[in-house]
Design a protein around this ligand. Structure first.
Ligand code: NDP
Length: 287
């Protein structure tokens, strides 16, 4: 039987229309518009596209978006000054620092300077700590998108063995923490794998739900997947043949029970979750 395809694009659209209604309600109740300020340093073409997409997505749900540009040779202090200004600006509810930053910038100092209340990417140590303690202010966008994809498609995680391939600060690590926590979309038994793990196929074949975020095109092959498993591919790899995931889609779809496509799987949900976090940041100020 062919695998069921999890359509992230459709779900993202649904989540965005739900958010648009909440935004209208917020504006009616508060007379203020939720606002996301994006900070872009330099002129990396991929970052330009990502920021433009995020701005368009904001506007489509009624969230205001600001773009603050700094030149590619800006210093850490230049960026810290801008962040301090945005932290104090009552009209700005969310702050997004587009990564990657140029090498001369101290990324960790910069991300820690964003007010935790406006840190809609959830990169600030305060927000990471809260997440680990199970009382998050914001959930990081891509892990939150994966969790929503599971919840909204009625995929039970409680008691399931979830294998997360990849332990990055942005995807694998926070996702593994979220899935092992108490409650909806959690309560899983989680194994985290990385580049030092031995015999990956033996581990990934145990997964009821396999989540892959390593940045290696078509790395996960059919022999790494248990028949009937749910496979979530977070990877985005740009090659000559276009964008492909970390999973060898054609081969794995023949074995898996359920699978996400790339593109059109997790990707669209990441931006939807950024919008959701911005609205939540604005709502947290409601009296
Ligand atoms: P990172 O490069 O930060 O982390 C990659 C992780 O994968 C590391 O933990 C690394 O292990 C592990 N890894 C790398 N190679 C192997 C291997 N051969 N075997 C086992 N583990 C390996 O990547 P990100 O988490 O930022 O991104 C992962 C993928 O997800 C990328 O394709 C990225 O483009 C995509 N992505 C997609 C998003 C979306 O919106 N859909 C958002 C963010 C990322 P170690 O720690 O040992 O080095």
């Amino acid at each position: 039987m062919p695998a069921t395809i999890l359509d992230g694009k459709q779900l993202a659209q649904q989540l965005r229309s739900e958010l648009a209604e909440e935004v209208i309600e917020f504006i009616q109740n508060n007379g203020a518009v939720p606002c996301l300020a994006a900070v872009l340093v330099g002129d990396n073409p991929a970052s330009e596209v990502y920021v433009r997409n995020k701005q368009r997505a904001c506007e489509a749900v009624g969230i205001e978006s600001q773009l603050h540009r700094l030149p590619g040779d800006a210093s850490t202090d230049d960026l810290l000054k801008l962040i301090s200004k945005l932290n104090k600006d009552a009209e700005v509810h969310g702050i997004l620092i587009q990564l990657p930053l140029p090498p001369q910038i101290d990324k960790s100092r910069v991300l820690s300077a964003v007010s935790p209340n406006k840190d809609v990417d959830a990169f600030h140590p305060d927000n990471v700590g809260r997440l680990v303690q199970g009382r998050p202010r914001f959930l990081p966008c891509t892990p939150q998108g994966v969790q929503q994809l599971l919840i909204r498609n009625g995929i039970e995680t409680a008691g399931k063995h979830v294998v997360v391939l990849g332990r990055s600060e942005i995807v694998g690590r926070p996702l593994s923490i979220m899935l092992s926590q108490h409650g909806t979309g959690g309560d899983a038994t989680v194994t985290v794998c990385h580049s030092r793990s031995h015999d990956l196929p033996a581990i990934t074949r145990q997964a009821d739900i396999l989540i892959v975020a390593i940045g290696r095109a078509k790395f996960v092959t059919a022999n790494m997947v248990k028949p009937g498993a749910i496979v979530i591919d977070v990877g985005i790899n740009r090659g000559e043949s276009g964008v492909v995931g970390d999973v060898d889609y054609e081969a794995v779809a023949a074995v898996a029970g359920t699978i996400t496509p790339v593109p059109g799987g997790v990707g669209p949900l990441t931006i939807a979750m950024l919008l959701r976090n911005t609205l939540r940041a604005a709502q947290s100020l409601e009296t």
